[in-house]
Design a protein around this ligand. Structure first.
Ligand SMILES: Cc1cc2nc3c(=O)[nH]c(=O)nc-3n(C[C@H](O)[C@H](O)[C@H](O)COP(=O)(O)OP(=O)(O)OC[C@H]3O[C@@H](n4cnc5c(N)ncnc54)[C@H](O)[C@@H]3O)c2cc1C
Length: 594
């Protein structure tokens, strides 16, 4: 079965849950015409269903190959990439002065979900190019922008992001790749990077690598890292491609999933050093890289959403077809489709509700980043910057955890056939697994949420969000609609749990950091469940208000209710895990090290 972009759900999430409609009405999106949103998403959905989704399986089976120092992608990949860029999909949110369409990041976020759902291994390549565009646009010199930016925006060239080395994974500050200053103002890089996504491929004529390296006189740790642009082929003054640069794929990984995405070991410096150009200032590479990483983190969160949506659609179709047993109370011969069984309904609803919550959290992050960049009033920009920073680790980690959970449930709905590759359910599970590891593991995201984001300004960004969530709860309660069941009560409890856990953590961050760190992952889960639950309730209320626009609004109420009563209801337990679990975690040495 192919994938169909759930346009109605996406529009409801984008405009209402994520607040894009209100931001447009407030003038934060300038002259953006919201009427085009649906048309863009429908067109993206069509391309995804017709072109990208059929390649997903082929890519999984064929993988990428390294032969004679060159990486080739799966059959159909280069041609499809050309069609995809020719249709303008790479340039959706790119800067207009470099050939981009200048559409909101939020629109590109919705498109990223679509590419990821149809073919996550394909979508990963432009996801990294987009991050490269952001970093170059924000920190590059005019010369570098003039040479590279338009080609990256159009997709004629792709970008990579090169941080990881064998001894430097989560601890980026321990990287050793060496940069030397050259007489002409450029640099030469020597070193080895591992796990570099699309580090080499045959889809474009050039690849623009963004590499972190250390100058000889740099201070230790992250304060001594610089960011360099390293082209695969040097670019001549007339814009034609020149000499092959000294950066090569020396290995390619065999992986659990995303087989079609080449994951390369990159070697620099076998032949005098890779010619490199500084992006930003010397020793301030981490600041530049954060621009790239934040963009990529949201993108990876959207991969989680996309994979979850695809797994849900596949499981739903199977559950409608597969016949086993009889519905309780039904007599006569024959079997019913498994979708009649309450436990199967539970799995499918869980898949759909978790996916919807993660979608809105990712879109809300994108809207915050848009408003931070586009709003005129400085106070609005500042608040949106804080909101975007707060939500980014949640978008990444919560959504990718959900991608994994939903893909696993998708296999369960299929029973034994889920474990067999032919159904395709297993591929989603394998593909999803990396999303909670790369772009900063979900553990690292949880620590970021707690230490940097909650810790900033004594929790101001978190408490501002909690105020908004409380207002949503009040609106649900004031609706007095029995269809919401105990939604209002459950969300009120969840907001209370998140508030208490946040206050407890704020007290411990400085005084007993290990106690706080022990609760980082359950805190992020509590955060995502509470936020997601309130967002789904907001969307249900908005769907009611919108009359026929989103079809039968009662289905969104049922979805919000399911989430509140089966997912957000776990908030008090997560609060206890954060607060009471610290002693057991920090006392674990007696178990783990004895
Ligand atoms: C398919 C694939 C594609 C990738 N693409 C790229 C790419 O394009 N560019 C790139 O630069 N990298 C890439 N990576 C690397 C990826 O970002 C790293 O694997 C990831 O950041 C984790 O680093 P690590 O593997 O060294 O794990 P480690 O850092 O060794 O972590 C192992 C475990 O320890 C935990 N841990 C580590 N430090 C701490 C801490 N301080 N506190 C609490 N827990 C901690 C982690 O959360 C994790 O659970 C890719 C990896 C893969 C597998």
């Amino acid at each position: 079965m192919t994938y169909r972009a759930p346009i109605s759900d996406m529009l409801l999430a984008l405009n209402h849950g994520a607040g894009m409609k209100a931001a447009v009405e407030a003038g934060h999106y300038g002259d953006y015409d919201p009427e085009i949103t649906a048309a863009v998403l429908e067109e993206a959905g069509r391309f995804a269903s017709e072109v990208l989704a059929p390649l997903d399986r082929i890519g999984d089976q064929h993988g990428a190959k390294l032969e004679d120092g060159r990486v080739t992608t799966a059959p159909g990949w280069p041609d499809t990439y050309q069609r995809w860029t020719a249709a303008g999909w790479n340039s959706v949110s790119g800067p207009e002065n470099f050939g981009g369409q200048g559409l909101p990041l939020a629109i590109n976020a919705a498109c990223t979900e679509i590419w990821s759902a149809a073919n996550v291994a394909f979508g990963l390549c432009p996801l990294l190019t987009l991050s490269a565009i952001e970093a170059l646009a924000a920190h590059g010199s005019d010369d570098l922008k003039n040479i590279y930016l338009a080609k990256l925006v159009s997709g004629e060239w792709t970008g990579t992001m090169q941080l990881t080395e064998p001894q430097a994974g989560s601890d980026v500050g321990s990287l050793r790749s060496r940069a030397e200053r050259a007489a002409d103002g450029s640099y030469r890089i020597f070193g080895t990077k591992i796990f570099i996504t699309y580090g080499d491929h045959d889809m474009t004529g050039n690849i623009v690598h963004f590499v972190l390296a250390r100058l000889p006189d740099a201070p230790d740790g992250t304060k001594g890292i610089s960011l360099f642009l390293v082209p695969k082929f040097l670019v001549n003054a007339d814009s034609s491609l020149g000499a092959r640069n000294d950066i090569h794929a020396s290995g390619i990984e065999h992986k659990l999933g995303i087989h079609a995405s080449p994951t390369c070991t990159m070697t620099m410096g076998d032949d005098g050093g890779a010619v490199a150009f500084l992006v930003g200032e010397e020793n301030r590479g981490m600041q530049c890289m954060f621009t790239m990483m934040n963009q990529a983190r949201l993108g990876v969160g959207l991969e989680g959403v996309g994979i979850a949506e695809r797994a849900y659609q596949r499981a739903l179709a199977y559950a409608r077809e597969r016949k086993q047993g009889r519905a309780v109370g039904k007599s006569g011969d024959g079997m019913d489709a498994i979708i009649v069984h309450p436990d199967v309904k539970r799995m499918l609803m869980q898949m759909r509700a978790l996916t919807a919550a993660a979608r809105t959290i990712c879109y809300a992050t994108a809207v915050a980043l848009d408003v931070a960049a586009r709003a005129r009033a400085p106070d609005v920009r500042a608040a949106a910057t804080a909101r975007g920073a707060l939500l980014t680790p949640v978008a990444k980690a919560f959504s990718t955890d959900i991608g994994n959970e939903v893909a696993s449930l998708g296999i369960q709905v299929h029973g034994g056939m889920g474990f067999i590759e032919e159904t395709g359910a297993a591929q989603h599970y394998r593909d999803a697994r990396i999303t909670s590891i790369y772009e900063g593991t979900n553990g690292i995201q949880s620590i970021d949420l707690m230490t940097r984001k909650l810790g900033a300004d004594r929790g101001a960004a978190v408490f501002a969000l909690l105020d908004e969530l409380s207002q949503t709860v009040q609106r649900v309660e004031a609706s007095n609609d029995p269809a919401f069941g105990t939604t209002g009560m459950r969300l009120r409890e969840a907001v209370g749990s998140l508030e208490r856990a946040s206050k407890w953590l704020l007290q411990r961050l400085a005084s007993s950091p290990n106690d706080a760190l022990a609760g980082a992952t359950p805190y992020l889960r509590l955060f995502g469940s509470t936020l997601g639950g309130c967002k789904l309730a907001e969307e249900a209320l908005a769907a009611y208000d919108a009359g026929e626009e989103f079809g039968d609004a009662s289905r969104y109420v049922t979805l919000a209710r399911f989430f509140a009563e089966t997912v957000a209801v776990q908030a008090p337990a997560l609060e206890r895990t954060v607060i009471d679990g610290a002693d057991a975690v920090n006392g674990a040495d007696s178990v783990l090290l004895s």
